[in-house]
Design a protein around this ligand. Structure first.
Ligand code: EAX
Length: 362
């Protein structure tokens, strides 16, 4: 199916679900498996109810994201939801909660590990701080680690990526696979930023991630870490001057409506990871596990396609709305952040870094 049609079909699916969701409300996964999920009771809102799975399903897996209903994360989850219902003969489905309805990414990871939430699709931002077993994930957050998405897929879909996912074992979370957030670009509402020197004194919101904060410090900015749900009030109150995210997020979260300037620095390749409570997954029957794993793989493929599609069309869409894009001399930015690679306080796994570079040939 052509890429643009994938997005259009999925968007139509999201709209159609508004007719289905109201009747839904059957037991969540919590009541049919070991988890004691109660967040559904508190997070119900009109937008979320558009994304609830088929009322006929007996297992509803509640999944949260911080992103918009028409963004790549949610559209990928909608594809997974449809395939999960198909592969499980209607027994299993996803109830999708966008726009931080279930909290920020760090909080949702904690909730999934404790069993008060079933699933989360989260960027890798909060992962290094999640546990000592996953602190080497900081290596994935290094600036300019991957030059292309294809390089990232080669590493993340292979042995290196699987060994990182396996580090969650016993944490309460089963990490299923790497989906895509995208290359992170810089936005601000003050001026065109073309070189690192232009960032001097600017307060930039970053994820709650030490490597990202150290990188913006190396660039001469003042990083301020906060959950994604706080960004609009922070921008409006002037707590921060700018933020950084992939174009698909900047577009679908409507950040461009309050940020006039976008600088195409491609500073970080940002994956996101599909995670499920470990007990819920381990209590699936073999048939349920097979249905879930296949649907998750289909969701990943669709979500990456939608991410690429949104990223390729977002610039023209936002330029038409008056956003000013600045392309940069990337060599200057690469040189400015090399010190981050040697910062011993950042738990960079040098062995892992060497394996990644060998895999990508960089
Ligand atoms: O995962 O917090 C962020 O900037 C993330 O990119 C966003 O929540 C999507």
């Amino acid at each position: 199916m052509k890429l643009k049609r994938v997005t259009a079909v999925l968007l139509a699916g999201v709209m159609a679900m508004g007719l289905v969701a109201c009747g839904s409300g059957s037991d969540t996964a919590a009541d049919t498996t070991t988890s004691t999920s109660t967040a559904t009771d508190t997070a119900d809102d009109s937008e979320s109810s558009d994304l609830l799975g088929s009322a006929d399903a007996t297992i509803h897996l509640k999944v949260g994201t911080t992103t918009a209903p028409d963004g790549h994360y949610v559209l990928g989850l909608v594809e997974m939801q449809k395939k999960l219902e198909e592969y499980s003969n209607g027994e299993m489905t996803l109830d999708i909660y966008p726009n931080s309805a279930l909290g920020g990414e760090s909080d949702m990871m904690d909730a999934v590990s404790m069993g008060t939430q079933d699933m989360v699709l989260s960027s890798t931002g909060p992962i290094p701080d999640f546990s000592s077993a996953t602190d080497n994930w900081a290596t994935l957050d290094l600036p300019y680690l991957f030059e292309t998405a294809e390089d990232a897929y080669k590493v993340l879909d292979g042995e290196i990526g699987q060994s990182l996912l396996d580090e969650f074992q016993g944490s309460g979370i089963k990490a299923i696979g790497f989906w895509e957030n995208g290359f992170r670009e810089l936005t601000n509402n003050t001026k065109e930023v073309a070189t690192p020197a232009d960032l001097a004194g600017m307060k930039i919101r970053t994820m709650e991630n030490a490597v990202h904060m150290a990188t913006y410090t190396a660039l001469g900015a003042t990083p301020t870490a906060m959950a994604w749900g706080e960004i609009f009030s922070a921008l409006q109150q002037g707590t921060v001057d700018g933020q950084e995210n992939p174009l698909a997020i900047i577009l679908t979260a409507k950040v461009y409506e309050v940020q006039k300037y976008i600088t195409m620095i491609d500073l970080f390749y940002s994956p996101c990871v599909l995670m499920i409570n470990e007990d819920i997954y381990n209590n699936f029957t073999d048939e349920q596990k097979e249905a879930f794993d296949k649907a998750a793989e289909d969701g990943k493929v669709a979500e990456r396609q939608i991410s690429q599609e949104l990223a390729s069309s977002a610039r023209a869409t936002m330029e038409a709305e008056g956003v000013v894009f600045t392309d940069v001399n990337k060599d200057e930015w690469v040189a400015a952040v090399q010190s981050v690679y040697d910062d011993a306080s950042l738990k960079i796994d040098q062995d892992l870094l060497a394996k990644i570079k060998a895999e990508t040939g960089k």
